[in-house]
Write a protein that binds this ligand. Structure first.
Ligand SMILES: [Zn+2]
Length: 342
C-alpha cells in the first residue's frame, strides 16, 4: 500500500485563525502531516510523490472563478493599504445569489465562509499538491491497487465548489471521487471525520452517481452548525443519495459502530464500484475538538468493517489534530487495508 504526499503541502501555515471571536493559533499545522507520514511509513506504506496533474481534476469539482480567486487573491490582498499578512474575510453576503464583487475584500467574503481558512502566499501551492495527492491515489486504485492512502493536508471536506472554510480550500475527497468516476458508474464517499462534510455533500447534493454518507457530531451544537442534519437527503436526481448520521456529543466506539453499520448497509445497497473514505481522525476521544469519543482500537474496528466491503478504496486524509495518539490512530485505521493488500 502506498502513501501519497508532497512536501509542497507543508508550506501552507497561516499565522492565526478566528475561533469564537479570538485570533488563535491554528491546530491545522504542518506538523500534523509529518506525524501522519511517519506513522504511515512505520506501518509499512511506501511513500510516493504525486505528479502535477494540472488544473483539469480541480476543475471537475471547483468553478473556474473560484480557482482563479485562490490562485491570485493573496497577491491582490497585499495591495490593500493596511491589510493583514494572511487573507481573512470580514464581510459575507446573506446568500451567494448576489452580484459578484470586483473588490478583493468583497471576493474574500464571497468565497471564504468562515475565519478558519486564511490564505497565505503559499496556500495555492499547498492545496493543489494536496489535491493532486488525492488524484494520484485514485489513479493508483484505478490501475489495480486495492487501496491507497492520500495524505491530503490541507484537508478538503468543508470546501464546496466555490467556497473555502474550516481549514479547507480544495475538496480532495470529491476530486478523488471524480477521478474514480472515470471508470466506475457509481462511487461512494464515506466521511468519518468528527465534523460534517458539508462541502462534499454540497458538491454531490443533486447527483445520484456519487453517494455521500457522513457520520459526525450533531451539528446542532457543533461545527459546521448549518449542515449535517439527518433530513438533508439530497435533491432532484440526488434525492436519497445523501445520508447524514449525526451523533450525540461523546458517542464512543460501540454506539459509533452501530451507526457505521447503517452507513455501510446503505453503501452496500448502492453497489458502488469504488469508495473514498474521508478519513478524519478527529473523532478520537483525545482530539482537541472533543466532539466524539472513539478509541484508537475503535478506529481499527471502523476500518475493519469498511475494508470488509472489499471495494477499491481511496483513503483521503481530512481532520485529526495534534494529540498524543494521532499517529497511532492512523496506524490502527490503515492496518485492515494493509492486511487486505497482502
Ligand atoms: Zn474535522
Amino acid at each position: 500500500m502506498k502513501v501519497v504526499f508532497s512536501a509542497e503541502q507543508l508550506r501552507h501555515s497561516p499565522a492565526r485563525i478566528l475561533s469564537s471571536g479570538a485570533l488563535v493559533d491554528s491546530p491545522e499545522v504542518p506538523e500534523r502531516a509529518a506525524t501522519l507520514l511517519q506513522a504511515a511509513i512505520d506501518a509499512g506504506l511506501e511513500q510516493v510523490a504525486p505528479d502535477d496533474y494540472g488544473p483539469e481534476p480541480l476543475g471537475a469539482v471547483h468553478t473556474a472563478r473560484y480557482l482563479t480567486f485562490l490562485e491570485n487573491i493573496h497577491t491582490r490582498w497585499l495591495r490593500i493599504p493596511g491589510a493583514s499578512t494572511d487573507v481573512l474575510p470580514n464581510v459575507h453576503p446573506d446568500t451567494r445569489d448576489v452580484v459578484y464583487p470586483k473588490s478583493a475584500v468583497g471576493q474574500v467574503g464571497y468565497h471564504v465562509f468562515d475565519g478558519a481558512a486564511p490564505i497565505t502566499a503559499d496556500t495555492w501551492d499547498s492545496v493543489r499538491w494536496s489535491a493532486w495527492s488525492a488524484v494520484h491515489a485514485a489513479r493508483e486504485v484505478l490501475q489495480g491497487a486495492s487501496s491507497c492512502y492520500s495524505l491530503s493536508r490541507p484537508p478538503g471536506h468543508h470546501a464546496t465548489s466555490d467556497l473555502a472554510g474550516g481549514f479547507c480550500y480544495l475538496n480532495n475527497s470529491a476530486i478523488a471521487a471524480e477521478v474514480l468516476r472515470d471508470k466506475h458508474a457509481r462511487v461512494a464517499i464515506l466521511d468519518v471525520d468528527v465534523h460534517h462534510g458539508n462541502g462534499t455533500q454540497s458538491i454531490f447534493y443533486a447527483r445520484d452517481d456519487v453517494l455521500t454518507v457522513s457520520l459526525h457530531a450533531d451539528p446542532v451544537r457543533f461545527y459546521p452548525f448549518f449542515w449535517g442534519a439527518a433530513d438533508e437527503t439530497g435533491r432532484d436526481a440526488g434525492k436519497g443519495f445523501n445520508l447524514n448520521l449525526p451523533l450525540e456529543r461523546g458517542t464512543a466506539d460501540d454506539d459509533y459502530l452501530k451507526a457505521l453499520d447503517r452507513a455501510l448497509d446503505r453503501i452496500a445497497a448502492y453497489t458502488p464500484g469504488a469508495i473514498v473514505v474521508a478519513l478524519g481522525l478527529d473523532a478520537f476521544v483525545g482530539d482537541p475538538f472533543a466532539g466524539l469519543a472513539l478509541s484508537t482500537a475503535g478506529f481499527g474496528r471502523v476500518a475493519e468493517r469498511i475494508a470488509a466491503l472489499q471495494l477499491p478504496t481511496v483513503l483521503v486524509q481530512e481532520g485529526g489534530y495534534p494529540c498524543n495518539a494521532l499517529g497511532d490512530n492512523l496506524a490502527a485505521f490503515l492496518q485492515p487495508f494493509i492486511n487486505t493488500d497482502n
